[in-house]
Design a binder for this molecule. Structure first.
Ligand SMILES: C[S@@+](CC[C@H](N)C(=O)[O-])C[C@H]1O[C@@H](n2cnc3c(N)ncnc32)[C@H](O)[C@@H]1O
Length: 235
């Protein structure tokens, strides 16, 4: 079984030997892969809906892992015991829902827990939330899967409230990452900002802020492309 690049990047951040939970598991590909690779002995696969959980159970059984991957019907982390969760993956959802799930589980404010987050939309709102809620984005990487660009964040609570600059909000540490995947991510973000700015009136604060971001991301893309010839093809 092979994971696509997006789930493979989530898996990369999971610590060996830790108890993992895949929130909103749907097909359970990630926990199945983690157990099969020996990264974790057992795992929890949870979902809020019966259909996806049945889908997960079917795939888990087909892989002979029903005794090692436990499925739980749960809204976010509501039914998950903190004792059963070291590394918590929340992937394939919008940022708003992810924030709601994190906020509803105050036990995540523990520096021994890790959050592995892969937002499908509004990643900038997730980064801002994490900065202001005392979560540190320890590492962030980008990938391209089915021609789409994604970012995955490895986070941990340390209680420090961080300033979230506009650049950080939109690109996190990917703005310092010269990989072709990070440059592609920034390119996609910048294209979205170029569309967004068309809705703003020139001279307004929103317009000026967005224009400055577009310029800065344009420079990053240009410099990255100059340094790394491989990235040019991607952009
Ligand atoms: C697009 S799928 C993502 C599946 C997988 N995590 C991935 O990234 O490939 C989103 C899943 O999240 C589940 N979901 C939505 N809201 C949820 C919530 N509040 N708690 C748990 N799961 C939820 C949905 O039922 C669905 O199965």
């Amino acid at each position: 079984m092979k994971l696509d690049e997006r789930l493979a990047l989530c898996a990369l951040f999971v610590r060996r030997g830790k108890k993992t939970v895949d929130v909103g598991t749907d097909h359970a590909y990630l926990p199945i892969w983690l157990v099969k690779q020996g990264i974790t002995d057992s795992s929890i696969a949870s979902d809020v809906r019966v259909g996806p959980l049945e889908n997960a159970e079917k795939n888990i059984a087909e892989n002979g892992l029903s005794d090692r991957i436990h499925t739980i019907l749960s809204d976010g982390l509501e039914k998950i015991s903190p004792d059963d969760a070291d590394d918590i993956v929340i992937a394939g959802m919008g940022a708003e829902l992810m924030i709601k799930i994190i906020e509803s589980a105050p036990w995540l404010k523990n520096n021994e827990k890790r959050l592995i987050l892969q937002p499908m939309t509004r990643a900038e709102e997730l980064r801002e939330y994490l900065c202001t809620a005392g979560f540190c984005i320890m590492e962030e990487k980008a990938c391209i899967s089915c021609k789409k660009s994604y970012s995955v964040m490895l986070c941990c609570y340390d209680g420090i409230i961080r300033e979230c600059t506009d650049i950080y909000r939109y690109a996190g540490d990917l703005s310092n990452d010269k990989s072709s995947e990070a440059l592609r991510y920034i390119y996609v973000v910048n294209e979205k900002l170029k569309k967004k700015i068309k809705g703003y009136e020139k001279g307004t604060e929103e317009y000026e802020k967005t224009a400055a971001l577009i310029d800065r991301f344009g420079e990053i893309i240009l410099k990255g492309g100059e340094k790394d010839d491989n990235s040019k093809g991607d952009i």
